[in-house]
Design a protein around this ligand. Structure first.
Ligand code: AVW
Length: 240
């Protein structure tokens, strides 16, 4: 029985749930609401932690749905003041630096984005614990795992709430700075509201010639997605 149980929990190809997941969520929530954004609406961190756990505990880790996260997201919708949003794709660290310097906000500056940033989590049917041994990998196991669906649904809500001018930091040192299969490409860009203006910042590694530019085919593809939604588009090359 031990051997069966062990191999069962170990069957996924991704890293297991982050150790002390619940404790980290609670602590990050307290820090965020008391220190990082004390002016924001008062939030009940215990209720948020509980809603997060109920979203996936005891469930098949490959059968996540957006609806599983409804109550959690309703407790803390990922909205930011008009004109302050920054999206990113393959530029996580850099985008966070840019946002900070210009007092703009990424998804990880909203409460739920901040809570889950860099963590891994999944449950197991018939158990009230997290699986700390392994969690489904997006490629090797299933796309509808709880971590991927979380970022997709949170990103969707984040993008839907955009207004005025928003920015995206893209990696011009890749062959395709815009990746239509990324969350930005699949979920965020197609969910921007009409009349929003998106400003793309193409950054590239210093010392290397840029591989993609505002006139390249990947950016043209982004522009065509936005044209179809009446979203205005501007692109800036050569940021370092
Ligand atoms: P990527 P995407 N912590 O670099 O456009 C851990 O190709 O796909 O960029 N994992 C995360 C986090 C996070 N904070 N955020 C996303 N992921 C996952 C949300 C997710 O599965 C932001 F608003 C994603 O596919 C950005 O505008 C992958 O890590 C946009 O989504 C990063 O892949 C970045 O996603």
């Amino acid at each position: 029985i031990y051997k069966w149980h062990y191999s069962g929990l170990n069957r996924w190809h991704g890293a297991g749930s982050t150790a002390d997941f619940q404790k980290i969520i609670q602590e990050r929530c307290d820090t965020y609401t008391q220190t990082i954004r004390p002016g924001s609406r008062s939030r009940n961190c215990q209720a948020i932690r509980q809603a997060f756990m109920s979203a996936f505990i005891s469930k098949d880790p490959c059968k996540a749905t957006k609806e599983d996260y409804n109550s959690l997201i309703n407790l803390a919708p990922p909205t930011v003041p008009c004109g302050q949003q920054v999206f990113w794709s393959k530029t996580k660290e850099l985008a966070h630096e840019y946002a900070k310097r210009r007092r703009l906000m990424t998804l990880e500056d909203t409460l739920l984005g901040y809570l889950a940033d860099g963590l891994s989590w999944c449950g197991e049917p018939g158990s009230s614990d997290l699986n700390i041994w392994s969690c489904p990998d997006w490629r090797k196991d299933c796309r509808t795992n709880y971590v991927s669906v979380f970022w997709e649904v949170l990103s969707e809500r984040f993008a839907e709430s955009a207004c005025n001018t928003v920015r995206v930091v893209l990696n011009g040192s890749l062959e395709n700075a815009f990746d239509s299969m990324s969350i930005f490409g699949r979920v965020e860009a197609p969910n921007l509201r009409p009349q929003v203006e998106l400003e793309a910042w193409l950054v590239h590694d210093t010392g290397k010639p840029p591989s993609d530019s505002c006139s390249g085919s990947s950016i043209r593809k982004l522009k065509s997605i936005l044209d179809g939604r009446n979203v205005k588009f501007r692109c800036m090359d050569n940021l370092r």
